[in-house]
Design a protein around this ligand. Structure first.
Ligand code: PHE
Length: 340
């Protein structure tokens, strides 16, 4: 029997056949197992002889099976290594890579420029309460200034509180001053919402807020900060700002800022010739806003500004339709997107 099984083991040319041999010899119904079951019926004298003999047979076969298995396994591995070579010269598939949306790219650029001037990035929720979006910014209920914003309101909750989709990033000013004592130097980029939709307005758009609060921060700091930012952002040699008196409830005085950007050779990049480009709203933080945040307006003062990001991106990268930003057209994204 041992010779017969040994022959079958040596003949097995793959692991499956070898496993069949093992089952037919040592499996529950295998031939060796069958012989061992017979031990119970033998008389003690016979068993004394046959017991050790059969055990020896079983062990010898198990050892041969193990050896054959090892050989076949390493042969199978060799065969796989020989066929599964990796051709590193094959081209990859770059088209399946995504790209960074121009808005994300521009937000990163803005954050990086302000970081060099010591500004942190602050965040607030898109879904705001009335206090942060309006009241603390000196826009009390029933004040006509509320009509300046076409606000998206949510249904009132059980307590009758009506949340809003923030109409600007200015509520992040409030959240920052509530949580941190001056000196404060932050920007807050993010999504903003107004019920407004045409060629130059989308219901969701992006702003970046700026806020600086310290003991003697003044308008000159605002102007210098904006000049440095715009010069770096548009990569030009000179920017000229025009500050126009304006009105925002949360700043006093308030001004709108127009800009012209030029290169050394006199060529104009932004605001062609006599044209000024209006880019942001700004002003000195209204003392009433400081008070709403428990800051003493006789001790602290500062400036704030709010700027549309989508427009900055269009100007810098030459897109002409705002709505394309939010169409999710893969061809557009591929063309205007940035590689990581
Ligand atoms: N929040 C204003 C807007 O959305 C912009 C602004 C921010 C103006 C900060 C002044 C100071 O129009």
């Amino acid at each position: 029997l041992e010779a017969e099984i040994t022959e079958a083991i040596e003949a097995a040319s793959d692991l499956n056949t070898l496993e069949e041999v093992r089952v037919s010899a040592l499996g529950k119904k295998g031939r060796v197992s069958g012989l061992m079951k017979g031990l119970g019926k033998m008389d003690p004298e016979e068993r004394k002889v046959m017991g050790p003999a059969l055990n020896g047979l079983k062990n010898a076969i198990a050892a041969k099976l193990d050896g054959a298995k090892g050989v076949l396994e390493s042969a199978a591995l060799e065969a796989r290594l020989a066929t599964e070579t990796l051709d590193v010269s094959l081209p990859s598939k770059p088209d399946t890579l995504g790209s960074i949306h121009p808005i994300s790219q521009v937000m990163d650029e803005i954050a990086e420029i302000f970081a060099t001037m010591g500004f942190d990035v602050a965040e607030g929720p898109d879904l705001e309460d009335d206090f942060h979006n309006f009241t603390a910014l000196n826009i009390p209920e029933h004040h006509p200034a509320r009509q300046m914003h076409d606000t998206f309101y949510l249904k009132p909750d059980d307590q009758g509180e009506r949340k809003v989709l923030r109409t600007h990033t200015s509520p992040v000013q409030i959240r920052t001053m509530e949580n941190k004592k001056p000196p404060i130097r932050i920007i807050a980029p993010g999504r903003t919402y107004r019920s407004d939709s045409d060629a130059t307005h989308t219901p969701m758009f992006h702003q970046v807020e700026g806020l600086v609060i310290d003991k003697d921060t003044h308008l000159g700091h605002l102007k210098g900060t904006l000049e440095a930012f715009l010069k770096a952002f548009f990569e030009v040699d000179a920017v000229t700002l025009r500050l126009r008196p304006s009105y925002f409830p949360f700043t006093e005085p308030s001004m709108e800022v127009d800009v012209q950007c030029e290169f050394k050779d006199g060529s104009v990049k932004i605001g062609d010739g006599n044209d000024w480009l209006e880019i942001l709203g700004s002003g000195m933080v209204n003392p009433r806003v400081l008070e709403a945040c428990d800051l003493d307006p006789t001790l602290y003062q500062g400036f704030a500004f709010g700027c549309g990001i989508d427009r900055l991106a269009m100007l810098k990268y030459g897109m002409n339709d705002l709505r394309a930003f939010f169409d999710a057209d893969l061809r557009w994204l591929k063309h205007y997107g940035f590689r990581a």
